[in-house]
Design a protein around this ligand. Structure first.
Ligand code: SAH
Length: 209
């Protein structure tokens, strides 16, 4: 499947959050951003025939994209039990075989190591309400994943700092690129309905001890 076809398939078939919960920072990765990420991961050999975990899966879009591009198996983990029906509906629309697990990622102890993790974690932007920040999620995910593809704040300051932060957390940034993430709700920006937000898409792996 071509990158554009992947984007169109996601656009047409993946339902987003109906009533997003701000305290869980629920915002769906737009189909274009999801297709770009998974297609790049595909090009680098992180998808085809691989065992994939979609951590903080939301409505399941990243795992779905990976399966469409040839992943062997997908496990989608999401803390919010209200999303399980949306996720399963999305899977069945596209005839996707995936294991959907309702669990807090911090309490989850899988019995295998995954080849690739895909994650758009809460950024911890809303500090008043968030207990964890994106790096807390990445640190946890690295316990059970060989390669991690993750989405982060792409501000110029963060672009400078993030590789070092990954390193401090025992991870090496293998590559990253910047993408534009349109936010259509007003979680983070109260003055405008739609705003482009730069995100940094990072491919990383554990630094071997
Ligand atoms: N991966 C989806 C959703 C991103 S939004 C997408 O790309 O569209 C972040 C998701 O993380 C939300 O669905 C939120 O409910 C979930 N989440 C937040 N804290 C979590 C935790 N501790 N464990 C598992 N999922 C969590």
């Amino acid at each position: 499947m071509r990158r554009k076809d992947l984007e169109i398939t996601l656009q047409r078939n993946v339902q987003s959050f109906e009533n997003p919960k701000i305290e869980l920072e629920q915002y769906q990765t737009p189909p274009r951003v999801a297709a770009n990420l998974v297609f790049r991961a595909f090009e680098l050999g992180d998808i085809v025939d691989k065992s994939i975990v979609d951590a903080c899966a939301g409505t399941g879009i990243l795992g779905i994209a990976a399966r469409l591009m040839g992943a062997n198996d997908i496990t989608s983990v999401e803390v919010d039990k209200d999303l399980i029906d949306v996720m399963n509906k999305n899977f069945s629309l596209l005839d996707i075989a995936s294991i959907a697990i309702t669990s807090d990622i911090f309490d989850w102890e899988p019995d295998k190591i995954f080849d690739t993790a895909l994650v758009n974690p809460p950024f911890g932007i809303n500090r008043m309400q968030r207990k964890f920040k994106d790096m807390d999620f990445i640190r946890k995910i690295k316990e059970f994943s060989k390669v991690i593809w993750s989405i982060h704040d792409g501000s110029p300051t963060n672009q400078k700092k993030l590789p070092m932060i990954f390193q401090k957390n025992g991870l090496k940034v293998l590559e990253y690129y910047i993408d534009e993430f349109p936010l259509t709700n007003s979680y983070f920006f109260h003055t405008s309905k739609r705003k482009e937000y730069s995100v940094m898409v990072v491919r990383s792996t554990k630094i071997s001890q």
